[in-house]
Design a protein around this ligand. Sequence first.
Ligand SMILES: C[S@@+](CC[C@H](N)C(=O)[O-])C[C@H]1O[C@@H](n2cnc3c(N)ncnc32)[C@H](O)[C@@H]1O
Length: 361
Amino acid sequence: MQTPIQQTPLSSSDIFQYNSEAMHKFEKQMARFFGREYQRWRGNKTAPEAYGVSSFEGNIATEVTRKKAIGECYDDEHGYAIYRAFLDRDYMAYTTGYYGADAEEAMASTVSLEKSQEQKYDLIIERAQIEDGHHVLDLGCGFGGLSKYLLNKFPNLTITGINPSEVQTGHIKRLIRYHDRNFEGERFRLIQKYIDDIDIGGEELPLNSVDRIVSIGFIEHVTNLDLLFQKLAPILRPGGKCLHHCIVSIDTIPRLLAADDTRIGDYFPGGHIWPFDELPRHNTHLRFAERWFLNGMNYWRTLDEWHKRFWRGVDELYPRSIQNVEQLRYWASYFSLCKAMFIPNEGNSYGNGHFLFERAR
Ligand SMILES: C[S@@+](CC[C@H](N)C(=O)[O-])C[C@H]1O[C@@H](n2cnc3c(N)ncnc32)[C@H](O)[C@@H]1O
């Protein structure tokens, strides 16, 4: 059910307000565009190399990712206030929540955004087989949501979180400083670096020291998956497992392989949407074990809630944090554009993947 949202002083500009007729029209048009695109490439299992994009070459994080995705998008000086306004209050997760196994279940769910994030964490715990007493690496840990949930759920679990972002790690440091009870004691360690720059086998990430590696919404920023897996493998204890959660397309859709080829590049410069078949190709350093597809309507629901909360807070944000109409348009378009990508084919063409890898015993 759609909730009415108040009009803002910007009502007269050409920015589509949440739940306005213009917003629905725009999202429908965009969804038709993406629907045609997915239909055009239906059944296409060609590897990305054929389209000039390879997950076996280059750096883990490219210069564009460092400078623009992290340096400008995540670490924008006003970013924190904006993310605070629309992300869930408990975890500040900047990735999909989990509402249900298929489109019908996801759309019928009545749980809150906060609860949907917990449901996602529970699904990941089950699939990665995380247990109390484990040492977990939260790779690309954002504002610390997964770590917070795990520390609260398992009293003997320890975590290393890795994240280069100043703004996001600033939030975690405040949780630690102001004694958020989940981050008390010696159970959580934060490394504010790119995984690329960490010396594997050194003090920060000793060999054979981690039981589980989990990344949520991080693989989209990675260019060379082969190099990443090569780095991660020796950190895991023998028998250890690694689960990656990331946005995927079921088929290979050339224009999605490199974010900078589309408007998505404005939000995730240097990013990639890998096809569902791409991660299992990396079966060298770690053994690929299993994968699951999460219906895209889960992300649609999440984005719609973010969108709604964003507009509820817009009078607070504009013009203090969002300083001009151009920036407001940038954010408003973000929610609509991303929603439109998940909706075609009832979320069965574009959604999230869970990929489980293991280190041999
Ligand atoms: C979309 S956010 C997801 C954050 C969090 N996992 C969540 O679910 O809310 C992607 C995260 O990956 C981190 N990241 C991107 N590239 C990285 C790299 N090369 N090394 C370490 N972290 C990276 C970003 O700083 C950010 O925290």
